[in-house]
Design a protein around this ligand. Structure first.
Ligand code: HEC
Length: 270
C-alpha cells in the first residue's frame, strides 16, 4: 500500500466535503480520488486492464448515484448546459470540441508507433567448455571428468539417496527462484530475465549434456561463459562462491533424478 496516496485522497475528499461542492465537482473529485488510489495507491503496480475495470465500475456507481435523484440530475446537467449554451463559454467550448477528436487521434497514433524492439541475437546456448577449470583449488577436467558420486547409484543406493537429498536441499534453497519448482524454467524471477533460466525438462538441455558440463556451468555461472557464447546477459550465478564441490555434484544428481533424464555418458564424448 502506498499510504501517502491513500491518505492524500481521503484528506482531499474530506476537505471537499466541508466546502459543499456542486454535484458535478463532487462526482469528478470522487472519480479522480478513486483513480489515484487504484492507479498509484499500491506499491505493486496494478495492471492497466484492472485499473480500467475498476474505473468502469466506479464510473457506473457514480452515474447510478447521480441518476437516482432528480435534484442531483439537475445539479449535474445545469453546469453542463450552461457551458454549452452561454455566450461567455463560447471559446472554451470550441477548444473542447477540437480537443476531443485531437485526443482520440493522438491516442491512436501513440498506439501505432511502438518503441523499436532490440534485435534478437543468435547465440550459442551450449558453447564448448574449457578443458579444465579450477574450483576451490581443485582442478576438474571438464572433458573427461564424470560425476564422482554417480557410481553410488549402483554400488551404494543408500549413500546415493543421501546425496540426492542434499541435492534437493541445495536446489530448493538456491535454484528454484529462477529454474522453477518443477525445473521448467518457471521460477518467480524467470519472467524478468533474458535469456530465461533453462528448463531442465526440455530435452535439449541437461538430457544431452554431460554431468561435468553442468558442473562447469554451475560452478562458473554466466561469468564463466566463453566470449563466443555472447552476447550474453545471463543471470546464472557462479555457485562456487556459495556451494561446496560436493553440493554442486549433488545438485547435478538431483537435476537428473527429478527430471528423469539421463546424463550423456563420458564415453560418447570421445
Ligand atoms: C538468478 C537466476 C538463477 C539462479 C538462482 C540459478 N540459475 Fe541456473 N541459469 C539461469 C539462467 C538465466 C540460465 C540460462 C543462461 C545460461 O546458460 O547462463 C541458467 C542456466 C543454467 C544451467 C545451464 C543449462 C544448459 O542447458 O546449459 C545450469 C546447469 C544451471 N543453470 C543450474 C543451476 C543450478 C544448479 C542453480 C542453483 C544452485 C541455478 N542454476 C540457479 C539463472 C539462474
Amino acid at each position: 500500500m502506498n499510504t501517502w496516496v491513500i491518505l492524500g485522497a481521503i484528506v482531499a475528499l474530506v476537505l471537499m466535503r466541508l466546502r459543499k461542492p456542486s454535484m458535478l465537482t463532487w462526482a469528478a473529485a470522487w472519480w479522480v480520488a478513486m483513480f489515484a488510489i487504484v492507479r498509484y495507491g499500491f506499491t505493486v503496480p496494478v495492471p492497466i486492464s484492472v485499473v480500467k475495470l475498476y474505473m468502469g465500475l466506479i464510473t457506473a456507481g457514480l452515474v447510478a448515484y447521480v441518476l437516482t435523484d432528480e435534484e442531483r440530475i439537475e445539479q449535474v446537467c445545469q453546469p453542463v448546459l450552461a457551458f454549452m449554451t452561454q455566450k461567455r463559454f463560447q471559446l472554451p467550448l470550441l477548444a473542447t470540441m477540437l480537443a476531443i477528436p485531437a485526443l482520440f487521434a493522438w491516442s491512436i497514433y501513440a498506439g501505432m508507433t511502438r518503441d523499436p524492439q532490440a534485435p534478437a541475437f543468435a547465440r550459442t546456448v551450449h558453447p564448448a567448455p574449457p578443458d579444465e577449470i579450477t574450483v576451490h583449488d581443485n582442478t576438474v577436467s571438464i572433458g573427461t571428468a564424470d560425476n564422482p558420486y554417480r557410481a553410488l547409484e549402483e554400488t551404494d543406493p543408500e549413500a546415493f539417496g543421501a546425496r540426492l537429498a542434499n541435492g534437493r536441499e541445495v536446489y530448493y534453497a538456491n535454484c528454484f527462484y529462477c529454474h522453477g519448482d518443477i525445473m521448467a524454467g518457471e521460477g518467480m524471477y524467470a519472467h524478468a530475465l533474458n535469456p530465461i533460466p533453462t528448463s531442465f525438462q526440455d530435452p535439449g538441455t541437461i538430457a544431452m549434456l554431460r554431468e561435468a558440463f553442468l558442473f562447469w556451468r554451475i560452478a562458473k555461472g554466466a561469468p564463466g561463459l566463453p566470449e563466443e557464447g555472447g552476447p550474453w546477459a545471463s543471470a546464472m550465478p557462479a555457485w562456487e562462491s556459495f556451494l561446496t564441490e560436493e553440493e554442486m555434484w549433488n545438485v547435478v544428481l538431483f537435476l537428473y533424478e527429478f527430471t528423469g533424464h539421463r546424463p550423456r555418458a563420458v564415453e560418447e564424448h570421445h
